[in-house]
Structures are given as C-alpha cells and as structure tokens.
Design a protein. Sequence first.
Length: 342
Amino acid sequence: MLEIFVPIHTSNKNAGHYFFLTGECSMSVDIGIVMDPIKTIKTSKDSSFAMLLEAQRRGWRLWYMELNDLFLLENQPMARMKQLQVQDDPRHWFAFTAERTAPLNDLDAILMRKDPPFNMEYIYATYLLEQAEARGSLVVNRPGALRDANEKLYTSWFPQCTPPTLVSRNYQDFNDFLEKHQDIILKPLGGMGGESIFRLRQQDPNTNVILETLTAKQSRYAMAQKFIPEISAGDKRILVVDGEAIPWALARVPQAGENRGNLAAGGSAHGIELSQRDHWIVDQVAPRLKEAGILFAGLDVIGDYLTEVNVTSPTCIRELDAIYNLNISAVLMDRIEEKLDT
C-alpha cells in the first residue's frame, strides 16, 4: 500500500513553545478529522477544536484532512493526511508536524466535521468514509446516518415533538400552510447558521419572492414551520452524546429585530438547565440517534418544540464548557475509546 511520510517544518519560530502533548495515553489511537480549513476557525467557539484538544490531551495522534484530501484509488479509500498538534492559544492554535498519504482505514477513528452545505460533494465524501468504516475505522458520525438524517427533515420522525411542519416545492402548499397558521418560518433544507431563514406573515408583500427564492421557482424543497413565539427566550441547543444528553443547553437569543437565535446571525447566548420537556424530547429522539450510529448530535428546541436535529458538525461545546466548567469533548472521547476497545 502507498504510504508517504514527510516532516513539515512550521514557519512559526515559537512553535515549539506553543504546541505540546499532555496527559498519558490510555490506549494508542490514531484519530483523523475531516473539517473546513483549521486556519479559519474561531478557537473560542469551535467544537471541532475542543475535540482535538481533548484527543491530544489523551496522547492520541491527530491527523488532519479537508474534503479535497479524500480519494479512492483502486477501490481503496485514501487520504492525504497532515499530523496535527493543537494548543488553546488564539494566536497560534495549530501546527502541522508531518504528512503522509495512506489508507483511510489506517486510522482508528475519524471525526467527520465538515460544515454544511450538505450537497452532493458532501455525500460523495460519506461514500469514501463508508469504505473506511467497512474496513474497520470508527467514523463519527456514521456516514450512512449522515446521509439519512437531514437536519431539518429528520424531525419528521418525531411528530409528537415538533411544531406543525410542511416540506414542499409547491407555492400553493406554502400559501395554504400560511393561511392556516398565519405566522410561519421558512428555511432551506441544507443550510446552517440561520442562513436564508425567513419569517412570513399573511399579507406580506414579499411572499411570492420569498417562495421563489427558497424553492428556486418550485424546483427545490424547502421547509415551513409554524412560528414559535418562545424564540424570544432563546433557541436551545441540546447536545447528545451516544444517546445521553448533556444536562445543560445553550439558549441562543435573537438580537433586537431578529427572528434567528443562531450565534452566526448575531444572537447572544446563555446557559440553561434542561427542562422536564427538554428531557422528554431527548427521550423520544436519542434512542433512534444511537441506533443509527449518530454518536454526537445537537437538538434545537424552541419553547416546547423540536425544530432541528443537527448531526453534521454540531457546535456549542466550548460555550457550555466555559459556562459550567465542563469537558463535553471528554465525554465524547470516552465513548469513542469504549467503542474502539470492544
């Protein structure tokens, strides 16, 4: 098999002072991550970075990949990988120390943390990761589950938890839904971070152009949900690890004049303990997530209603860790270690 290993010298003259390994390795693990460019992340908010810090603390070897690094050669899933070291320093948070081209399944575990859009390129990547999974690598989250669990549509498996919902491409369907509920939210099925989310009320003069934009003139599916006034108290992100909820959520509150609580859309955030209703929603959803191989998920709850099930690259680890002095990534890595040890 093809394998190339080349040392890389960082241009940062202080790199030796900023990047180091801590902790003792309970087991020898090579863990890969597929993500967007690490040089662009905000370390104070990035959940993938939190996972990398914890994996490194355990002495695990980190291997970094972007989507362009994955390929299939003579039916063997391969990747160009860079060995990675990380440090919780907003000035110098990463360094590459070596690189190699090797079979994906040489990795014990792979974190699939590529952000949406969830498009055909993302799906093709899951096919390659599925080949590695078939050869023994643990992929988090499971590639087949990533394809099946559209973050908007997956809520339809839990109608007892959701607000009235419509998924369609047809103008008339949306107009009928709007007439019935008077005040609705419209959103694309493949977006993230509050992108292209509209609030629409009856007699809104922008109704036609909003529907044209979201459905690409009735050629693309979109979702409508009845507007939930409790958004003013925050859109709660509940993190679920291997079927169990973290007991606190991050409530993301819209800024004045906004309907979106997403932090990327300018929302503010505070911690909140899960309510009895939140725990009930988790009890409805978590067993199915666990069965599907979704080891790490983020449920979005507004008021009493589940609105999304985030499985591609759920966030809010670092914010909750900071507020409650937690280490959510350690919970996830414990579960990964248990699965690797079986």
